[in-house]
Design a protein around this ligand. Structure first.
Ligand SMILES: [Zn+2]
Length: 219
């Protein structure tokens, strides 16, 4: 067994010996009554931004949806034949689990957003699926360049990452069951951004149109 696979197995053994045995009550309840998370988090598949670790939650707390660059495509009212993994997970979270909050969990140094930027700037990148998927965030590039025409490199990337969260929030609002939840007041949507270099989390304030720090606000 390779060292990394050994690490995974050992990790599970540790989890079983400590966490699982100590929290039998929690697991028994979650199995008997099912999961009832109040929050769905749409995070990037990036190995550095696991929402359960970053937000220090327990099993049953969050319904985690992860994909490349934490993107949400617009609602597709086609024939329902396409394989919409992210849209299916959001539909399940809202209409079956009845989550009360959807959090789009963006992050700094996102390779998916960088791929979108490179593609927008004419780079020929290979891959069958990634370019098409990250093009969901193309609007973020257009806006970033409009706001800061001279921006490039790291500055442009950070700006696009933050704008891409807003694009996903806009796309969320195109789903009929989300429009219904927002109208009824049973659902709230949030745009968060994690800077993994600084260990800082901020939330988009729709009224003021800016991201505001969350970390430290409950200390
Ligand atoms: Zn990412």
């Amino acid at each position: 067994m390779t060292p990394i696979m050994r690490k995974l197995v050992k990790g599970f053994n540790d989890f079983r010996a400590r966490y699982f045995n100590e929290r039998q009550d929690l697991y028994t309840r979650l199995v008997r009554h099912g999961q009832k998370p109040k929050v769905a988090v749409i995070a990037c598949a990036d190995s550095r931004v696991d929402p359960a670790i970053v937000l220090q939650v327990e099993p049953g707390d969050i319904f985690a949806i992860r994909n490349v660059a934490n993107l949400i495509p617009p609602y597709d009212d086609g024939d329902g034949e396409a394989y919409h993994g992210t849209s299916a997970a959001i539909e399940f979270a809202v209409t079956k689990l009845g989550v009360e909050h959807l959090v789009v969990f963006g992050h700094a140094y996102c390779a998916g957003i960088q791929n979108m930027i490179d593609t927008q700037e004419g780079a020929k990148t290979s891959g069958r699926f990634v370019n098409s998927w990250t093009s969901i965030a193309a609007r973020a590039y257009t806006r970033a360049k409009k706001e800061f025409p001279e921006a490039k490199g790291e500055d442009l990337a950070r700006c696009c990452e933050k704008n891409a969260v807003l694009v996903s929030l806009e796309n969320l609002k195109t789903f009929p069951f989300i429009q219904d939840g927002l109208k009824a007041g049973t659902l709230e949507i949030h745009g968060w951004y994690l800077n993994i270099a600084e260990g800082e989390l901020s939330s988009f304030d729709e009224k003021d149109g800016i991201y505001k720090p969350i970390n430290g606000t409950l200390d």
